[in-house]
Design a protein. Structure first.
Length: 268
């Protein structure tokens, strides 16, 4: 796990931090007010403005920091992955292994974008759209005992299959307060989650599931984050990749061609 992903979600300003800074902001105008023994409407207005400014500044700084860290996580993940994806297309002998490596890293990156402690797992749909089978999971998902298979029929299983067949997926800010809490599958002690369908064009392929221990650790608007959507789209593209045909490699422009003689470039 990268340094950026370890920091993501942990450097966010906590609610108690906002309270402390607001208290300090209110306390600053109190000193001269005591000295002059004046606690009128101007004093109250000054306190309110200072408290509001402190809260806004703290929350704004926290949000900007998380946004920067998310972009850094994606940037550091995509460069080596793009290189590996290129190798997949020119080395049939290691196609399966390298494709699996890319898919697993994309699943891990999706969790890192959500929160430092998030668990993530990728499930493929069966041809009949009746079951989901676990394909890849990060370490946190293994530790929290993510279920390996879901079959249509059981209420929580059907909920996930419906999410996999949907267009937009499903976000859960806090499962204990969610109206569908009785139907939502959550792993050990997890409270927040996002269930995102994986597609290639109009073909439903499976479900990417991300869960975290505390409410809001997987933000409600995370499902619409463009960086997260990029990862989901890439999973769909890589899933559809086919093993390259070695017989066609000779026809690729620039490959296996003899050197071209250039009379004008030859010294006399």
């Amino acid at each position: 796990m990268s340094l950026e992903s370890k920091l993501l979600g942990r450097r966010k300003i906590k609610p108690w931090g906002v309270a402390v800074l607001s208290a300090v902001a209110v306390g600053l105008p109190t000193v001269p007010a005591f000295a002059e023994n004046s606690f009128g409407p101007y004093y109250i207005a000054t306190c309110a403005v200072c408290a509001a400014a402190a809260s806004f500044f703290t929350l704004h700084t926290s949000t900007k920091r998380v946004e920067t860290e998310r972009s850094s996580v994606l940037e550091h993940a995509l460069e080596p992955l793009s290189c590996l994806m290129g190798k997949i297309l020119v080395d049939p002998a290691e196609f399966e292994e390298r494709r699996d490596t890319v898919l697993k890293r994309l699943v891990e990156t999706a969790a890192e974008l959500a929160h430092a402690d998030a668990a993530s797992a990728l499930y493929w749909l069966t041809a009949e759209d009746t079951e989901l089978h676990l394909a890849f999971a990060n370490d946190q998902a293994v530790q929290r005992h993510f279920q390996a298979k879901f079959s249509r029929g059981a209420e929580k299983d059907s909920f996930l299959i419906e999410a996999a067949l949907s267009v937009a997926g499903r976000s859960v800010h806090d499962v204990r307060k969610d109206p569908d809490r009785g139907r939502i599958y959550m792993a050990d002690d997890c409270r927040s989650a996002v269930f995102m369908p994986v597609r290639a064009g109009n073909v439903q392929q499976g479900l990417l599931m991300i869960q975290a221990l505390k409410p809001g650790h997987v933000p409600k608007n995370f499902r619409d984050d463009k960086r997260f959507k990029t990862i989901v789209h890439l999973i769909g593209v890589v899933r559809e990749m086919k093993r390259p045909d070695t017989a066609l490699r000779a026809s690729v422009p620039g490959q296996n061609k003899p050197p071209v003689n250039d009379p004008e470039g030859t010294s006399s």
